[in-house]
Write a protein that binds this ligand. Sequence first.
Ligand code: NDP
Length: 283
Amino acid sequence: MAELIDGKKISTEIKDEVKAKVAALKEEGVEITLAVIQVGADPASSVYVRNKKNACAYTGINSLSYELPEETTEEELLALIDKLNADEKVNGILVQLPVPKHINEDSIIKRISPDKDVDGFHPESVGRLSIGERGFVSCTPAGVIQLLKRSDVKIEGAECVVIGRSNIVGKPMAMLLIRENGTVTVCHSRTKDLREVTKRADILVVAIGKPKMIDASYIKEGATVIDVGIHRNEDNKLCGDVDFESASAVAGKITPVPGGVGPMTIAMLMNNCLEAGLMQNGR
Ligand code: NDP
């Protein structure tokens, strides 16, 4: 039976580290502030926004909340971002995605100053990651790296397979694993024989968006399996892209859903806010 990788515990460790650093900065008169913008009242987005604000309160980061009506125009949202970009008291800006359909997501992502891009979605942040420069990294894949490191999973030299090539998970995940000296293969919907590839993996990161698709037959004995997926099943219970019961009989280490990657995303957002404060204060 696979060993559980405890994302709840590891995310609390990270938030506590951020909290200590934020408190030390406060002693020197430096405060850190995150502006969170939500357009519309999508219930799932409201939960994410609330969790982010709670994490700010926990770590001592100030949070400014902008809850805009569904009918907000793209121009109005861009104007608010411009205002926050210019505000020296604001270190990080986050627009909760998805935004309503009449607003172009790309324009919003690109308008946030790269210096305040705590989600790590701006093309400049993505470029910095790919050439190995200091900058903001997308929170979910950054969280996966911390889960691996803090569970003593060796990335260097390991065969790493990522299923999924999205801009916010799959691609940055691959870049980060390369940075950690893993040998990386990325699979997607056009991959010919998925099982044949995933069975080679020492570390398998699954970000497909298909409930319980990956069972034991895709996994090498003893491999580490990281499940990024998050879904609600017929009984309204959370599950991942991995069939946990089947996979945990073969894997060496595995993340559960809930309690695996999910809590890490917010912990890494707090870390990015800290990083924003440090960079903007020349440290
Ligand atoms: P996307 O839908 O953007 O990407 C899914 C990827 O999986 C695509 O690259 C797609 O390939 C690939 N894919 C789809 N079907 C198959 C298949 N049958 N075989 C191989 N590859 C396939 O999803 P995201 O990256 O945004 O998210 C992935 C999962 O992670 C979702 O369940 C999401 O809810 C979850 N998530 C969780 C977060 C957390 O905090 N825990 C944060 C972000 C996401 P192609 O490119 O060819 O279409």
